[in-house]
Ligand binder design. Structure first.
Ligand code: GLC
Ligand code: CA
Length: 552
């Protein structure tokens, strides 16, 4: 199959690479064990100083930095238009934006529209009495006549989605923690207040938003029960109703798209602002978040590569299926890691993580990296008494997102150079060899590989904006595809196995090796064969279009 190259003027979010910073864990400037915005400023040169010595990313997305009681580490916002003192203040934030822009780094904020903190003044007012003017800003319901819950909806963090409020004698809805009451987006005042929040940050110069669980913000007005699945979807969590239901009435309602179009219209009032969304649905529902005319999100996160088995055929199928389904105006994107999921490297191993890096940075679509991925950082080792994540507390240690939130590894010294104080989560074992300082000096390190890939992608337009064609090969352990644009053509061949592979690529007459995941020049290729070592990926420049296309 073949998909078209991008449009003439390519916006930054299609050309560029996004880097997610989990601010608590990135860099601590004031010795309290928690990362902060000053810490981010100090590391901007690492991210992009314009030279090939730096990583070379184009945008940072900061997980929430707003005032918050931190019940869900910032995803419980108590003031949308300010900065948590742990992280800094508005002046530091403005300086961060200026310093980032100075280095051509865009700044993306996390927007949390589904719920506020229970300590947000809006909710404090709302819960104060049934007649409070903000009562309807949240979703309140009486108990059923028999005293039971308003409906069968579950919380994503376990247990029912309803919490009883003694004072006003009603239940309120919370799709996540009880400290995260859901806003009522059917109330026009809520919508206005939240659009004002977006405008506030746009005026501070931010370049876009990552919108948290944006498909969930509208609920069925009648609050009908969700259909219950017969078979338990998640055996590790046998009594969580959330994981035993089809979410037909509490998420992904058709009506949500009108709201997303409103977000987009607001973004479009400013030049080159990008809307990204956390959208987990199956392909046909997920695609709708681009909008039927490309008038919704620029990039609904595509999490498929995090979920498919690490297998050449399965991954190729996932990519091809998505490429085929996307309308021409919709630009793809890929994610391998984030703050909610275990790190990919801990699933696939060090060798395959290098293949994964090449995959992510050569596919047609915007890659989002997660801090530490470029170092080969692994899942943390968290004991019960070190656990911080509320999801881990409620659903069990294997669900703890602390695993992927351990401190960034800057050096092999004290606290990995993250902080001079005790970090809020323990360091991941092995940081003495996997860290920026050590890997910076090592010409074959993971960091060097990410840098080479990022710079190559930047320098070769076909690698960021070119068309994508998957190429048929005999070996089921390899995934081969081609990127091309205006006379430039590259073949990317990835070996997903730990064995040597000999590939026959019909019609191919050879080319020039640009990069191997081994970071050497030993790859062997003849007229129409290509030898890949165990766990090797290569990028080859082709002079003429001789690659056989596989249609469909
Ligand atoms: C999203 C965030 C996650 C958070 C949840 C509730 O899934 O990525 O970290 O806990 O929303 O806001
Ligand atoms: Ca700090």
């Amino acid at each position: 199959m073949q998909k078209p190259a991008a449009r003439k003027t390519v916006p930054w979010w299609e050309k560029g690479v996004i880097y997610q910073i989990y601010p608590r864990s990135f860099s601590d400037s004031n010795a309290d064990g928690i990362g902060d915005l000053e810490g981010v400023i100090q590391k901007l040169d690492y991210l992009n100083d314009g030279s090939e010595r730096s990583l070379g990313i184009d945008a940072i997305w900061l997980s929430p930095i707003f005032p918050s009681p931190m019940a869900d580490f910032g995803y419980d916002v108590s003031d949308y238009c300010n900065i948590h003192p742990l992280f800094g203040d508005l002046d530091v934030f403005d300086r961060l934006v200026a310093e980032a822009h100075h280095r051509t780094i865009k700044v993306i904020l996390d927007f949390v529209p589904n719920h506020t903190s229970d300590l947000h003044p809006w909710f404090v007012e709302s819960r104060s009495s049934r007649t409070n003017p903000k009562r309807d800003w949240y979703i309140w319901r009486d108990a059923k006549a028999d005293g039971s819950l308003p409906n069968n909806w579950g919380s994503a963090f376990g247990g029912p989605a309803w919490e009883w409020d003694e004072v006003s004698a009603q239940y309120y809805l919370h799709t996540f923690l009880k400290e995260q009451p859901d806003l009522n987006w059917r109330n026009p005042q809520v919508k206005k207040a939240m659009l004002d929040v977006l405008r506030f940050w746009l005026e501070h110069g931010v370049d876009g938003f990552r919108m948290d669980v944006v498909g969930m913000i509208l609920k069925d007005p009648e609050l009908r029960d969700n259909p219950v699945l017969k078979d338990d979807l998640d055996p590790a969590n046998p009594d969580g109703p959330y994981y035993q239901q089809l979410h037909v009435h509490d998420q992904d309602l058709d009506e949500v798209h009108a709201l997303i179009r409103d977000f987009r219209s607001l973004l479009d009032e400013y030049p080159e602002r990008c809307g990204i969304g956390e959208v987990w649905y199956e392909l046909p529902r997920w695609i709708k978040y681009y909008g039927s005319r490309g008038d919704e999100l620029h990039l609904p996160f595509n999490f498929r590569l995090m979920k498919v088995p690490w297998d050449a055929g399965a991954i190729r199928e996932s990519v091809d299926e998505m490429e085929q389904a996307l309308p021409d105006f919709a630009w793809p994107n890929y994610v391998l890691n984030n703050h909610d999921s275990p790190r990919l490297i801990s699933r696939v191993g060090d060798e395959q993580a290098r293949v994964a890096a090449m995959l992510l940075l050569t596919l047609r679509g915007t890659p989002t990296l997660y801090c530490g991925e470029e170092l080969g950082m692994e899942n943390g080792v968290i004991s019960q008494d070190q656990m911080q994540d509320p999801q881990g507390f409620r659903l069990g240690i294997s669900y703890s997102r602390d695993l992927s939130r351990t401190p960034m590894q800057w050096t092999d010294g004290h606290n990995a150079g993250f902080s001079s104080a005790q970090p809020w989560l323990p360091l991941t074992p092995g940081y003495q060899s996997k860290n920026v300082a050590v890997e910076d000096r090592d010409p074959t390190s993971m960091l060097t590989l990410y840098r080479r890939l990022l710079h190559l992608r930047k320098q070769r337009p076909a690698l960021h904006s070119g068309s994508y064609t998957s190429v048929a090969v005999e070996s089921s352990d390899c995934y081969v595809f081609e990127r091309s644009q205006a006379g430039e053509q590259y073949l990317i061949a990835l070996n997903f196995s730990h064995e040597h592979q000999k590939l026959r690529i019909p019609g191919w007459t050879g080319g020039k090796l640009l990069l191997s995941t081994y970071l050497d020049a030993a790859a062997v290729f003849g007229k129409n064969t290509l030898d890949l070592r165990a766990d090797e990926g290569v990028i080859i420049e082709i002079k003429h279009n001789h690659v056989t296309r596989q249609d469909g």
